[in-house]
Ligand binder design. Structure first.
Ligand code: ADP
Ligand code: MG
Length: 294
């Protein structure tokens, strides 16, 4: 949760706790039982992301075809599907990079994502990791994280020449989480490919997004790095909501191992082909036919 959102949430709770004064009707808060400030992400209904009938056409070709998808607050959702299924395009729509031809996209139950620019979506609390790592190779690991913290406009206003103790602590906590404590002073360019991927995930984490979108995060990683990445993501769920797009089935297996009921969504030709536990989708004939094979 962002400091801004936390404050807005605290204000809203404060107002609800205050007893109604004589003569006040309560207005909206009386009729709905709670107050949602504009721009605040409302997950009271348990949902962090809702896509409905999203269609994206490129020269008549439908990259997304009436895609409907629902992610619960704190959920870790895996999305799989063949190349060209529309996985990356879905992330482009969520983050405001691509505008759909039709459909609706909501962050929580009140924020209409289709009305926000890419930078606004990031500020609302949606962090995205692209397929290729894009860290600043000439800077140290620590400096990359510091820069990510300062790039966050919500924080930048408060950042002077030096980091506050709280911000330095936050960076240290992220370093530990991404297994790079011992590499803090190394140049990012000297890290392994997997470590660069972790650093980039760390650069998202210092901004504390409510929802993380991760596009093929373990591509090119060693087996051990892949396993550690799965542990990292599992440890983040609850605190954050995660949507993980991946081809590597051993990674999906690692992500769902501690909770075999965790949902996996299979995209195909721009819509949901199947959804369920990994075992369920692996046993689904349509999924076997178009994607997994025998
Ligand atoms: P995935 O990530 O599942 O592999 P994508 O979302 O990248 O699939 O692509 C879905 C389909 O849309 C593909 O056929 C791709 O070629 C097409 N596509 C994606 N972006 C564009 C674009 N900017 N212009 C034209 N076609 C695109
Ligand atoms: Mg893709």
């Amino acid at each position: 949760m962002t400091p801004e959102l936390l404050q807005a949430g605290a204000r809203a709770r404060e107002r609800l706790r205050a007893p109604a004064t004589a003569g006040s009707s309560g207005g909206r808060s009386a009729s709905y039982g709670r107050v949602v400030e504009p721009g605040t992400v409302d997950t009271a209904h348990g949902r962090i992301l809702y896509l409905e009938d999203i269609t994206v056409s490129f020269d008549g070709f439908k990259a997304l075809n009436a895609l409907t998808l629902d992610i619960a607050a704190g959920e870790l959702r895996c999305i799989i599907g063949p190349n060209g299924a529309g996985k990356t395009t879905m992330m482009d729509v969520i983050t405001g990079k691509t505008r759909p031809d039709a459909g609706r996209a909501f962050f929580g139950s009140t924020v209409d994502l289709l009305r926000h620019s890419e930078s606004e979506v990031a500020r609302l609390g949606i962090g995205r990791k692209f397929q290729k790592p894009s860290v600043f190779e000439q800077l140290s690991v620590f400096d990359n994280l510091e820069l990510a913290l300062k790039t966050d406009r919500r924080v930048r206003a408060a950042v002077r020449a030096r980091l506050s103790a709280a911000q330095a602590q936050r960076i240290d906590a992220v370093l530990e989480r991404i297994h790079l404590e011992a590499q803090a002073d190394r140049l990012a360019g000297l890290l392994s490919h997997g470590q660069k991927q972790w650093l980039e995930i760390g650069m998202l984490l210092v901004q504390d997004p409510m929802l993380l979108l991760l596009d093929e995060p373990v591509a090119g990683m060693t087996d051990e790095e892949t396993e550690r990445t799965a542990e990292l993501f599992v440890s983040l769920q609850g605190e954050h909501s995660l949507v993980v797009v991946e081809h590597d089935m051993s990674f999906i297996d690692a992500l769902t191992r501690d909770d075999p009921a965790r949902k996996v969504t299979v995209l195909h030709e721009g819509s949901v082909l199947a959804e369920g536990s990994l075992a369920q989708v692996q046993a689904n004939d349509k999924v076997v036919e178009v994607y997994l094979g025998r």
